[in-house]
Each structure stands twice: as C-alpha cells, then as structure tokens.
Design a protein around this ligand. Structure first.
Ligand code: AMP
Length: 455
C-alpha cells in the first residue's frame, strides 16, 4: 500500500505535492519521491524516510515546474529499501519525459517481466511499476500516449492506482476492480489546476475541492492549460472490488474514499461488533490509534464510558512495518502503555481494528491481567485475517497469520481473555453502502482476479 499525489498547472507544484504527501504519510513511511516537469524536462528527487526528512526547502526550490507527482512508499515483502522508491522518471524515444507513481500490486508481474525481457527490455529495478513503463514504451511506436496506456492496461492484472506525468499531461488511472482509492480535486481559484490523491485528507490540507473518485476502469487526462478533464473507460464488465481493509485500517478517518467517510464507517463497525456480542463492562478502551473509531461506536452501543486508558507514544511509527518480530514486539511496548489506575478492578472492553500476527494483542492484553483488570473482553472490528493479500496490503504469509492456527476460542484461552469476538463478515459488509463492490479476500479467501497468489 502506498500514497500518491499529483497536481497540474500550479506555480507551487512541488510544495503542494510535499504537503499532499505529508497528509498521506500514514500510507507509507519507508521512502518517498517527487517528480516535477518544467515545460522542458523532469526533475526527480527520491529518498528513504519520511516526507519531511527527505525534502528540505532547497530541494523543493530545485523541483521546478508547474506539474508534479509524488509518492510515499510502504515497503512490502521483497520490495524494501530506497532502490524501490517511486516515482520513476524516464526519457523515452521522441523526447517524451514520462514519470509514474503507483499504488497497488501487479499480480502477473513475473510473467510480464519475463515476456518483456525476452523482447529485449532491460529492467533497472525490481518494482512492478517499471512494467508499466516498458509496456507503454513498446506501444508508443504505433499508438498515441493515451492509446498506449489503455492498451498496456489490457495486459496488466491486479491492483493499480496510477499517476503519470508525460510532458505536461497529468494522467490518472485506476484498475477496473478499483482496489485502491484515487480521487480528483481542484485547487481553489485555479480552475485549470487539478489535484489527484489517494485520499481526500490531502485535499483538505490544500483546501482543494473534492470533485469525485477516479472510477474503477477509468483513465482521466488533464492537458496542459485546459480546464476540462478527458475521461476514458477500460476493462468494462469487470466487477468492482474495492479493498475493504482500506476502510477497516488503512485510510485516515478524516478521508472519504469509495464514497464512504472512513470515521463514520469505523464507528458503524464498532456498533455492529457490540450488537453481535453484547457484554456489560465498566468502560471501553481503544488500541490507539487504529481502534479509536470502532471503540467510539462500541462504547455508544454498549452504553459504557469510553476511556483512553492506553496511551500512544506519537514518536513511534507503525509497528507493523518493522521487519522482525522481536522489533515489532518491542515497538508495540514503546508505542502503547496502559494507565494502571484506569484498568485495576475494572471490567474492560478492549477494541482494535484487526488481529494479524497477534503481536499487539499478545504484547499488551496480557498486561491488563497483571495490572489487575477484573475482566478483559477483546473486540475486533474486522473478521479474522485468514488469507494473504495479493493486491498491495502487506499481510504476512499464511503461516504467520495467527487466525490460521488459532480459532477465536483457542486464542481467547491462550491470551487469558474473558471473551473474544471478531466482527462477522456479514456485519462488516453491513457497514458500507455497496457491499457487493468490495474485495474481502483477506477474510474470505475469495480473490476477485483469476490469478491466485503464490503463497
Ligand atoms: P498484529 O499486532 O500483528 O496482530 O497486527 C494488528 C495491528 O496492526 C492492529 O493494531 C492493526 O491496526 C495494525 N495492522 C493491521 N494490518 C496492518 C498492515 N497491513 N500494515 C500495518 N499495520 C497493520
């Protein structure tokens, strides 16, 4: 999972991209990059770390031009390190400068890469995104840029929300299933300055107007100096399958994606989860920050006070992204610490959005007993994660998924909980307005694409 941002026709393109990426930082903290186009050539800077560490004022000044795209990368298995940083920027035959930023995962990447290499393509990186570049460049011999991109998309299977900057054209596309979000906005008082972002929270920061989602199977082209956007459709007939985990965990609660406000959706998950497994408790406690919104709904539904009895150290990144298990466990302890007096002698409902490896619940919930909680009822606002994701969410392989080896009852016993309840898949789907338009393969094992994941 990554975050992408783009802007057309604005004097402050690099700075606004910097702020756009800042708002999307939660989608990836491993590396980041910005490409601008100044009317003649592209300027690129990428680096490892957070947006504000990588870009200083002098860097933004050197990224000249009124067009920009940017990327924040969440390292996933096999693709860590700054060598995988995006955007990629290349000069193609005929002087076309093309830069590309991608959120998602191409599932037929190995086959496409082999085919392209057999035809003579030389790859510079191991990123899926380079496949787009080779597919497009091959087609540019006979086709226009737009035709070449649409034709390339016919070969690509999987998840891609993409921004392309090509000699002053800004192009946004979303795969026909629409796995990951991508939205269109417009800068205030600048009718020809369009912005694109993975989540609407990036528009709020820039005071840009949210226009709409890039639709699943849509390519949107913004031409230099025009006020209109041109839309092309592709992959007709493909069922829409947006990633439900974006709403459960990934997206920021102040964002609206897939037509849903994330905050309200998470609250509904909390309400539904409590309705499914009622329990009288003294208070409801969220795991910060991921459990907060479901816990709000849960507390309202349970009629119990909401207490912030787990305190988050905000100077620690997302613990999940740490590469080893011992670092992850230590990371959870550094990140979350309980308020003892709020826990002693009380019946608690503790809420998190998901259990994946079980690190968070194992490391912290056992502590509640030691501190002297009377009862601990754990509630999870999504079903058990039982299957890996092949569309960009960095879940571990099946062996590491705790729910694969432990039924809820086994896990409850192992953790010494009084009760444990995961929101049912039906309950989860009842919280969104178009339940049939989601991918929930991580919970159900029903993958919407023909190619299965190689586990
Ligand atoms: P775990 O501790 O391994 O059970 O993971 C669950 C915790 O990590 C929850 O608090 C989630 O909010 C968070 N989480 C779940 N899935 C992911 C993911 N793919 N990447 C990063 N964090 C995640």
């Amino acid at each position: 999972m990554c975050g992408i941002f783009g802007i057309s026709g604005h004097k402050e393109a690099s700075r606004l991209t910097y702020f756009g990426l800042y708002a999307l930082q939660h989608r990836g903290q491993e590396c980041t990059g910005i490409v601008t186009y100044d009317g003649k050539e592209n300027h690129l800077q990428v680096g490892g770390g957070l947006v504000h560490d990588v870009f200083q004022e002098k860097d933004l000044s050197a990224l000249v031009g009124e067009y920009a795209i940017g990327h924040v990368r969440y390292g996933s298995a096999g693709n860590r390190g700054v060598r995988s940083a995006l955007p990629l920027s290349v000069r193609m035959a005929g002087g076309l400068q093309l830069a590309i930023a991608h959120d998602g995962k191409i599932i037929n990447a190995p086959q496409l890469r082999k085919e392209l290499e057999d035809e003579g393509a030389i790859f510079q990186s191991n990123s899926d995104t380079e496949i787009f570049i080779h597919l497009i460049s091959h087609r540019l011999r006979n086709l226009s840029l737009e035709e070449a991109i649409l034709d390339a998309c016919k070969k690509i299977e999987g998840a891609y929300s993409v921004l392309i900057l090509a000699n002053g054209k800004l192009i946004a596309l979303r795969d026909p299933h629409g796995f990951h979000p991508l939205l269109i906005g417009r800068m205030p008082d600048e009718k020809h300055s369009y912005v694109f972002a993975s989540e609407s929270c990036a528009f709020d920061l820039l005071e840009a107007e949210l226009i709409r989602d890039v639709l699943p199977g849509e390519m949107v082209v913004v031409e230099k100096g025009t006020e209109e956007i041109v839309s092309y459709r592709f992959g007709e007939g493909t069922p829409v399958r947006q990633c439900i985990f974006e709403l459960v965990y990934f997206a920021r609660p102040d964002s609206t994606i897939f037509g849903e406000n994330v905050y309200q959706c998470r609250k509904r998950m909390g309400h539904t989860m409590v309705r499914e497994a009622r329990q009288e408790v003294d208070c409801v406690i969220p795991f910060p920050d991921s459990g907060i919104y479901a816990a709000l709904g849960a507390a309202q539904e349970a009629g119990a006070p909401y207490e912030h009895a787990l305190i988050r150290n905000h100077y620690v990144g997302r613990t999940f992204i740490q590469p080893t298990q011992s670092m992850r466990e230590f990371g959870v302890r550094v990140k979350i610490n309980p308020v003892h007096s709020m826990i002693q002698d009380r019946k608690l409902m503790v809420v998190d959005d998901s259990i994946v490896r079980g690190t968070t619940v194992r490391t912290r919930v056992a502590k509640f007993r030691e501190i002297g909680a009377k009862e601990v009822h754990f509630r999870v606002s999504s079903p058990p994660v039982l299957h890996p994701c092949c569309y960009g969410v960095d879940f571990p392989s099946s062996e590491e998924l705790v729910a694969v080896h432990h039924s809820p009852e086994e896990l409850r016993q192992e953790l010494g909980l009084d009760s444990l309840h995961y929101l049912s898949i039906e309950g989860l789907m009842s919280t969104v307005s178009c339940p049939n338009s989601y991918c929930a393969a991580c919970f159900t094992g029903v993958y919407p694409t023909a190619l299965p994941i190689a586990e």
